[in-house]
Design a protein around this ligand. Sequence first.
Ligand code: LHQ
Length: 266
Amino acid sequence: MAYENILLDVSNGVATLTLNRPDRLNAVTMDMLEELSAALDEVSANEDIRALLLTGSGRGFCAGQDLSDREPNPDGTPHDLSDNLLRGYHPFLERLYNLDIPTVCAVNGVAAGAGANIALVCDIVIASESAKFIQAFAKIGLVPDCGGTYNLPRNIGMARAKGMALLAHPLSASDAENWGLIWKCYSDDVFLDEAQKLVRHLADGPTWGLALTKRALNASPDNDFLSQLALEADSQKQAGLSDDYIEGVTAFMEKRAPKFTGKKTR
Ligand code: LHQ
């Protein structure tokens, strides 16, 4: 598929997916969502890809839903906004959440509305110090979507989640780091380098073990302790069957850096 609203670059085991409508701060349209889902299908089908970097072009990461993307209905009836979510956002977010490789979101600038919550679906979120996170929904009478009501209270606690959602105030990248909303905030001059280093490190990792790790952590908030122990045992059994486990232990004993292949089994 040819992409008009995003860029997909694959090189050296890393897929870089860039939201590419910089003059609209990468606001999301239905066309963009279709392209994002197709791009993630390409990524999942390519076994050589071992990490994904999601970012935005220009000065913003993503201003959320493109508010001009909905033509009025010819008969004047209001739009059913759940349709955008069910047909456009959710298929993309489900693919992103379930991807069996580590995903890094590099929030290069403002992340508002759906844009902020798309970022939070990635495994590791980093931001440049000039970025900010805005749950902009309340400003236009809407409800946080794209997993915001799921991820915000889990990441930062209910008090802060409610503050962000009900007030729609911008949160700076450094506060986002201090609150535990994101992994790290970097100064603008080193941000891109740090994003590249991080995704390179993950792409050179034990991909299957990392996939099992993210699956277990994703399952954790909804499991009780004993179910989670059972899941860990099963995950460890699977990880223990991989070449990368043998390589990891061998490299440790030989006092050298491991060379992981990322393959599932021996
Ligand atoms: C935009 C947008 C935008 C279009 C900036 N749309 N053009 C899901 C499913 C279904 C339906 C509804 O919603 C959802 C989920 C959502 O995401 S709802 C929340 C939608 N997003 C927003 O409400 C955020 C709107 N944008 C803003 O508040 C500001 O633009 C922010 C704070 C993001 C950035 O402010 P500035 O840095 O001052 O930039 P700007 O406002 O000047 O924007 C630059 C341009 O981008 C500008 O166009 P122009 O032609 O004047 O240069 C904006 O109109 C355009 N733009 N966001 N969401």
